[in-house]
Design a protein around this ligand. Structure first.
Ligand SMILES: NC(=O)c1ccc[n+]([C@@H]2O[C@H](COP(=O)([O-])OP(=O)(O)OC[C@H]3O[C@@H](n4cnc5c(N)ncnc54)[C@H](O)[C@@H]3O)[C@@H](O)[C@H]2O)c1
Length: 246
């Protein structure tokens, strides 16, 4: 029996990178995965891969900056499966280290809408359902850019610090209702988002002297989404090869 047997999990940004690795791993652990992404074909391919491995999934095209898309994602999931056990708020974009003076209002708003506001809106859509059931599990994908400076630019760093703060808020207020809310703070992980950047980036500032892999983050997401982590509450767990300890 898998660690997420018969759970219904929504994962945003699940067509690529860490979200895709999480979708495949969650399905392997017995969850039915709603693969929600702006990239429709990519989401469908992930579901095909899940099904080829003997798992269950549903692809939904979602732009997380559109509230109507988020409402539809949640209502479709409940209509199809009657419940939502897990939400992994993973969709996010990077600002390529753009410093404050070089960041436009539009760039700031886009990063905040995808990286932070969508998490607030999705949480407000699923929390009433989870509170009513007295159980549920939310894992927000922050970043070590939510813990320290210089792992992103102005908007990315501020938005990911926001994810950390918002996760703590949710956990403080709603954990007593049975909802478990934690965050993951990945260091530099090999994904399509970082592929180009990593060609020239040294690893010597990371004590483990390497970048991380998407499947390593997926393992941590399974732990936080499962009943193995019952006493985790509002935690922000770095997975960064030790980058933030030195
Ligand atoms: N890769 C890293 O080193 C790293 C480190 C720390 C945190 N993160 C965070 O992890 C998360 C995943 O990153 P990744 O590296 O796997 O990225 P990725 O670019 O490989 O995947 C991101 C996915 O999000 C989707 N997406 C983008 N905008 C969207 C929107 N408006 N609506 C719906 N989906 C949208 C994309 O289509 C894509 O499938 C992000 O939140 C990122 O900030 C990444």
């Amino acid at each position: 029996m898998g660690k997420l047997q018969d759970k219904i999990a929504i994962i945003t940004g699940a067509a690529s990178g860490m979200g895709k690795a999480e979708a495949l791993k969650f399905a392997e652990e017995g969850a039915t995965v709603v693969v929600a992404d702006l990239n429709k074909e990519g989401a469908e391919e992930v579901v095909q891969q899940i099904e080829a491995n003997g798992g269950k999934g549903l692809a939904i095209q979602v732009d997380v900056t559109k509230k109507s898309d988020l409402e539809e994602m949640v209502s479709k999931t409940i209509a199809e499966y009657k419940q939502i056990d897990i939400v992994i708020n993973n969709a996010g974009i990077f600002d390529k280290y753009t410093a404050s003076l070089d960041t436009t209002d539009e760039q700031w708003d886009l990063i905040f809408n995808i990286n932070l506001k969508a998490i607030f809106q999705i949480s407000n859509l699923v929390l009433p359902h989870m509170i009513e059931r007295g159980k549920g599990n939310i894992v927000n994908i922050a970043s070590i850019a939510g813990l320290v400076a210089q792992m992103g630019g102005a908007a990315y760093t501020a938005s990911k610090h926001g994810v950390v703060g918002y996760t703590k808020h949710l956990a403080a207020v709603y954990s007593s209702k049975g909802v478990k809310i934690n965050a993951i703070a990945p260091g530099t992980i090999r994904t399509p988002l970082t592929e180009e950047m990593l060609k020239t980036r040294p690893t010597n500032k990371i004590p483990l002297d390497r970048f991380g892999n998407d499947y390593e983050v997926a393992e941590l997401a399974v732990f936080l989404a499962s009943d193995d982590s019952q006493f985790m509450n509002g935690a922000v767990v770095p997975i960064d090869g030790g980058y933030t300890i030195v």
